[in-house]
Design a protein around this ligand. Structure first.
Ligand code: HEM
Length: 378
């Protein structure tokens, strides 16, 4: 989509799509404003109307405005601080080594199915106290929820609501289970939590579960897949990363900019507003194109070059402002551990066939369905 974004940034940076009834915003400065100015651009109104954000997600963090947003977010920030997340490093390393150990002798795997998908699911499932055996179900649900979302589409496609309903029932059971037998996990803590003397509502609890399991997994899977693809396309870079582990964090940030797992987010204008000279009326739907902002030449010199030495690299891949991704420290840590293990543990790692690369069928999520890779076995 990157060539298209470029011409849109130049020629129609704020473009109304009549069919989808949405204003599409393409330039960095405008996208940044839409994401971070929560007084003007409401997530709550968008949550009740946007595909993929309605239904189960309607009462979740990502679909609320202050003051409720602040109250809900404060219940989970502790679990996701860089310090809290760093404590998970040994377990993430163990899971990553286990997945690679299982595949190593074969000399080939589908990087998505065999590694990038299971890793974040197992991590978050353990954090939430959910049996990891159930992960295939999450995958089916999140595939349906994600693949049928089109930025700006007025209504989600068929299959979408059934998947959400199944997921809802599953989480309801989970919640009841934890209520009668609480543990140290996140769901148990959310059940015990109170805001101004009141427990969270059932839709809010469901929203948390769905958001953490679907939004957090799919995106991390795609970050890993996009990183491996981007690295393997550049053999010199692989050499450099193998030799210098300290270069990896910057490389991960550049993947987040260059191939952002989340390409777009929604808002609703809470009042009349002007962006790049274009007047937008109160009540209008907006699509903020993160994927385009991250390639805006007004912010990033030579944006189509993958350059891990880029400084500053103020990409918007995790959003900005009060809704800034809660899981960013976790996603970054998982990426560093997983990519180090892949680069060090699989000598001669290479793409098996460039033709088998299949992109996900979504304009919101940017990633690969499959990524066949091979390596040398001894
Ligand atoms: C919010 C991207 C991983 C949980 C967001 C937003 C973006 C994003 C763009 C902002 C949405 C908005 O402004 O409306 C990503 C990417 C990830 C990732 C690219 C991986 C590479 C995760 C993980 C978790 C997570 C691993 C959880 C474990 C959340 C939550 C929010 C959020 C709960 C809502 C925060 C709020 O509304 O206050 N993410 N995310 N994300 N993300 Fe992530």
């Amino acid at each position: 989509p990157f060539a298209l974004y470029r011409s849109l940034r130049d020629e129609s940076p704020v473009l109304f799509d009549a069919q989808r009834q949405a204003w599409n915003v393409f330039r960095y400065d405008d996208v940044q404003r839409v994401l971070s100015d929560h007084h003007v651009f409401s997530s709550q109104l968008a949550g009740s109307r946007g595909p993929g954000q309605g239904g189960l997600f309607a009462s979740s963090l990502i679909s609320t405005d202050p003051p409720r947003h602040r109250q809900l977010r404060s219940l989970v920030t502790q679990a996701f601080t860089p310090r809290a997340v760093d404590a998970l490093a040994p377990r993430i390393t163990e899971i990553s080594d286990e997945l690679l150990g299982r595949a190593a002798a074969a000399g080939e795997m589908d990087l998505i199915d065999d590694f990038a998908y299971p890793l974040p699911v197992i991590v978050i499932a353990e954090l939430m106290g959910i049996p990891p055996e159930d992960r295939d179900r999450f995958r089916r649900w999140s595939d349906v929820v994600v693949s049928q979302t089109r930025a700006g589409a007025p209504a989600p496609a068929a299959g979408h609501s059934e998947a959400q309903e199944e997921m809802g029932h599953y989480f309801l059971d989970m919640i009841e289970h934890r209520r009668s037998d609480p543990g140290e996990d996140l769901i148990s803590r959310l059940l015990a939590a109170q805001i101004e003397g009141e427990h969270l509502s059932v839709p809010e609890l469901l929203g948390f579960c769905a958001l953490l399991l679907v939004a957090g997994n799919e995106t991390t899977t795609n970050l890993l897949g996009n990183a491996v693809l981007t690295f393997l396309e550049r053999p010199h870079l692989v050499e450099r990363l193998r030799a210098d582990g300290d270069a990896l964090p910057a490389a991960v940030e550049e993947v987040l900019r260059f191939r952002s797992p989340v390409q777009s987010m929604y808002r609703i204008a809470a009042q009349d507003v002007t962006l790049s000279g274009q007047q937008i009326p109160a009540g209008a739907r907006l699509v903020a194109w993160i994927g385009s902002a991250n390639h805006d030449e007004r912010q990033f010199p030579a944006p189509e070059e993958f350059d891990i030495d880029r400084t500053p690299n103020r990409h918007l891949a995790f959003g900005q402002g009060i809704h800034f991704c809660l899981g960013a420290p976790l996603a970054r840590l998982e990426a560093r551990i997983a990519l180090t293990a892949l680069l060090r543990g699989l000598p001669g790692l290479a793409l098996r066939s460039a033709e088998d690369l299949t992109r996900m069928d979504s304009s919101i999520v940017y990633g690969l369905k499959h990524l066949p890779v091979a390596w040398a076995t001894t």
